[in-house]
Design a protein around this ligand. Structure first.
Ligand code: PLP
Ligand code: COI
Length: 357
């Protein structure tokens, strides 16, 4: 495997004094990982270097046609001070699946993993100490050709930046109200919904803004063909609990992002004795099930917030409450067990955690 070069920084940022005020994705550390791709050399020169700006030709293709992909994961500090990652290989695997869809060359997951570990070794003091706070990890690949032709670039940059981020919910899990979006869609059949690529997020911003404007925290996305089947909620996967014992989520169909938290909740749910199911979920049926009291809890899942309980859903002008408006006990249990594993407080029955040196 290629060696990872290291370049020493000459100046260092001040670390956050008050970890409760970091927010999400606003602060960045002193170093980053980088490697480049060219047709002649393939992926080359993996290196940990001082955090720096990029200088780009205004014609650089990523800026015009969005040929780019990214990932999101976290580094967690245990009580004993040690550091750990949660299923990081799954993030790099998903990144290569995104790469394939976006016509970006595959990278060696071992090099990416070694690069991340080296970066974290250098930046270990940046991993927050406060309960619930983490070092958010953002691997990214961008197309670097300076050209305006619409075709795959010949040069790319892979980089990883780190952002110390606060607990998503400062005051514990806060149930949110969501708006069923029946005008805009985020992804379409045959499109790029399953890939973690900027265009999906760009497509989601207007609907998210409109929903916020009328008091809803997130949009519930319906499928792009029938505008009838539930896909995701904001930038999270969606889960419903039926009759206090069955966890149901929309089946992966190509336009849903296969979340690692989603997969973890399905596996942990089963481990904890619940039934789990991936199904095509018609919004009309789900609304009827909520009204009939069969849906007892609902929540989103994602790396950033882990789980996000849903209080009310607005559908075609009507607002429907789920459960008693508080955090459902299965939602809370899944949150506690999952974050317990991620922060090394409870055992890791699935072998998901990677300890760092
Ligand atoms: N769906 C979308 C669109 C996302 O951006 C994310 C966040 O990464 C997720 C779902 C949840 O995925 P994961 O659990 O891997 O973070
Ligand atoms: C998540 O981690 O749940 C996300 O949705 C990441 C987001 C900032 C793109």
């Amino acid at each position: 495997m290629q060696d990872i070069r290291f370049e020493q920084a000459t100046s260092f940022k001040q670390k956050p004094q008050d970890e409760s005020k970091m927010g999400f994705g606003k602060l960045f550390t002193d170093y980053m990982f980088e490697m480049d791709y060219s047709v002649e050399k393939g992926w080359h020169d993996p290196r940990v270097v001082p955090y720096h700006n990029f200088s780009m030709d205004p014609a650089t293709s990523v800026l015009h046609y969005g040929q780019e992909i990214f990932e999101g994961m976290k580094c967690y500090r245990r009580k004993d001070g040690g550091l750990q990652l949660f299923r990081p290989r799954d993030n790099f695997k998903r990144m290569n699946r995104s790469a394939e869809r976006m016509a970006i060359p595959q990278f060696d997951e071992d090099v990416a993993m070694a690069g991340l570990e080296k970066l974290l070794e250098v930046e270990k003091d940046w991993v927050p100490h406060t309960q619930g706070a983490t070092l958010y990890i953002r691997p990214t690949i961008i197309a670097m050709d300076a050209m305006l032709g619409v075709h795959a670039a010949h040069t790319y940059k892979f980089y990883i930046i780190l952002s110390p981020s606060g607990a998503y919910y400062a005051g514990g899990l806060a149930p949110v109200d969501i708006y069923v979006e029946d005008k805009y869609v985020r992804a379409v059949r045959g499109g790029i919904g399953f890939a973690k690529t900027g265009g999906n997020y760009a497509a989601s911003i207007l609907a998210g803004m409109n929903a916020k404007h009328i008091g809803y925290a997130q949009v519930l996305w319906l499928d792009g063909v029938h505008q009838r089947y539930i896909e995701e909620v904001g930038a999270m996967n969606m889960m419903f609990v039926y009759e206090d014992r069955r966890i149901v989520t929309p089946v992966l169909n190509g336009s849903i992002l296969p979340g690692i938290t989603r997969d973890s909740v399905l596996k942990l749910g089963k481990h904890l004795g619940y039934e789990t199911e991936e199904a095509r979920m018609d919004i009309h049926d789900v609304i009827a099930d909520i009204k009939a009291g069969r849906v007892t809890e609902a929540f989103g899942t994602g790396t950033a917030a882990v789980v996000s309980p849903v209080n009310k859903i607005r559908f075609q002008g009507e607002e429907i409450g789920i459960g008693d408006g508080g955090i459902g006990h299965i939602t809370q249990q899944l949150y506690d067990v999952l974050t317990g594993i991620q922060f090394g407080k409870t055992e890791d029955p699935m072998g998901w955690v990677v300890h760092l040196k």
